[in-house]
Structure formats: structure tokens, C-alpha cells
Write a protein that binds this ligand. Sequence first.
Ligand SMILES: [Zn+2]
Length: 167
Amino acid sequence: MEAPVLVLNANFEPLNVCNTRRAVGLIMAGKADMVMNGRGYIHTVKLTIPRPSVIRLDQMVHRPRLRVKLTRREVFRRDNYTCQYCGRHSADLTVDHVLPKHLGGGHVWTNVVAACPSCNHHKGGRRVEEAHMSLLHPPREPSASAHYLFGRHLETNTEWGQFITGW
Ligand SMILES: [Zn+2]
């Protein structure tokens, strides 16, 4: 019942991911329809309910454009787990403030990059130029496309691809 279910808005835009329990609850309450089964059935004493993989809400939900939350995990993901100074691909990364905080650099998408510990140590509290370093890419805020937001689920839920592409 904890398996993830992709929830689509009435216009088929991917909205979020919930667990099977909640998805079945929405269907039973008449608030959503199953778009894709793909996971077999749930048997209760009285009925057999399809186990949904994708559902669609009957009513359109209006909400502001999503933004990707600034967290360590998302910074590493945006930077493809690569140190933005030396280009090393690593599981051992730190978040570096391009313009150091003590020089007024903010904790914002455009001022944070993934850095390996040795580059971060070498740069210290200096500006990039002062440390004679350079960035592989100028940091940007990742766009909250459906693929970016839900793409990590695709490996285990390949059938979601057709609903995520293009949003
Ligand atoms: Zn590095």
C-alpha cells in the first residue's frame, strides 16, 4: 500500500506522487479515476480493487508554478554529482557558496554549487578569482519540469514516462 502512485491533474499535468493507500482512497471517494493499473489487484473481503500506478483527479487543481527546493541533495542532483570546479564525479561532495557568505553571498540557487572536499578546502573563504579557480557552469535555478521533479521515479516506474514527457 506504500507503493508510489503518480497523480495527474484533470488536464493530465503531473501533480505529485502519493502512496497507494491515498490513491485508492481518492478513487473510492469519487475524486479521481485510475488511468493505469499495472500493479495487480488489492483483495478485500467484499471487493477486488485494482492497484493503481497512475490516477487522474476529476477536478482541476490550481496551484502556483512549482519550484525546486534548495537542498544539498537537489544541488548535487542539479550538478550531476560533479564537482563544479575540477569536474570530478563523486559521491563525496559539499555545497560551496560561490561568493562566500561572509562576503555577502546568499544561499540561493545562483550562488551554490557542488564541490569536492579538496576544491572546497582549496577555495576556502575566497572568491573564485582569488583562488584562481573557475566554474564548469554558472549555477542556475533548475526548472521544475515534471521530468526533473518526478524523473527519479522513472527507473522503478517506467510506465510513468508517457505521462511525464513534455510537462
Ligand atoms: Zn573538485
